[in-house]
Design a binder for this molecule. Sequence first.
Ligand code: PLP
Length: 399
Amino acid sequence: ASLFAAVEMAPRDPILGLNEQFNADPNPAKVNLGVGVYFDDAGKLPVLRCVAEAEKQLLESPKAKGYLPIDGIAAYDKAVQGLVFGAESEAVTSGRVATVQALGGTGGLKVGADFLQRLRPAATVLISDPSWENHRALFTNAGFPVDTYPYYDAAARGIRFDALIAKLQAAAAGTVVVLHACCHNPTGCDLSPAQWQQIAATCAERGLVPFLDMAYQGFGKGIAEDGAAVQCFLATGQQFFVSTSFSKSFSLYGERVGALSVVCASKEECARVLSQLKIVIRTNYSNPPTFGAQVVATVLTTPALRAMWEKELAGMRERIKAMRSALVQQLQAAGVQGDLSYITTQMGMFSYSGLGKEQMQRLRSEFGVYGVDSGRICVAALNSRNIGPVAAALAKVMA
Ligand code: PLP
């Protein structure tokens, strides 16, 4: 028999599977609101001007394609620290943050998970209920039992904060708590600054291990505002992890640009942690790719390009907000009753519509509007052409 005779077919990735279904749909009016990708008002994946400029500069003086250091480009890692923690923050200036370049935000999570597995093999990992699909799979594959903490309150369209805190208070010391730093995926419901403070304090008190996933910095309220959660954890003085993704904020999805930062107790401890992160990387993929991180480092460290990026990122953020308001208006105009303010208060790329699986399937089959069965739709894929038909379809299904 073949070596692979007993290999079972794995289930399709629910979101990528949705893409395949979308591509196969002959409906000319079809709209894809499934994947978490930002499109511009023309429905195109944008090439940011700051990225095009940086690429031009890099191509003008081509560099040899040698191996990067295991932890990536030093200037890139430093720029990430500035963005995530603040270049002047005590943790950064005292040299107690270990930052490594990673293959997107997913890569940052995976390097962190593998390192943690060596450190705390018996720990449980808590993810939000619900969470980004890959959190459970990634930490399970890294060898952890994965459980959830209460998060979304469907009836109130808010956060089950007391239940969340109770779960953290009951968790064993050493439990890893994965938190969406901003723009929660899939619900768009973010914690308030006061709630973040309470979570950070609870983690410190209980000896939990916070792992912040920051995949959308700049898509919520602004770059610094979206980093507020990080500041809450810094203020407690505890050790914690942050994964960073530039996939969305630079529209560099395929370049796989991200990072992992680990906040340690001292500079000396940080050197030991960094040496272990390097072993994780070395034994997985040896060292990271060059181009995407060079682009991001160039943009972040060149004042004119940095200013351009901040403006372009603000443009993406504002366009999403405009689409949220327009969606509310058009739903109301189409006769949808009730409080729709959740659509404009949710943060980031997604809206959790509250629609069930059957309604989402009906949106697909009758109207060619593709969202995730959980009711998640990507507001960042709406534009002035498709919003009318999408609102009309939603209004019919919501009626
Ligand atoms: N974390 C969350 C919450 C996400 O939504 C995503 C992307 O969708 C990621 C991580 C992964 O980002 P990347 O594509 O950079 O690996």
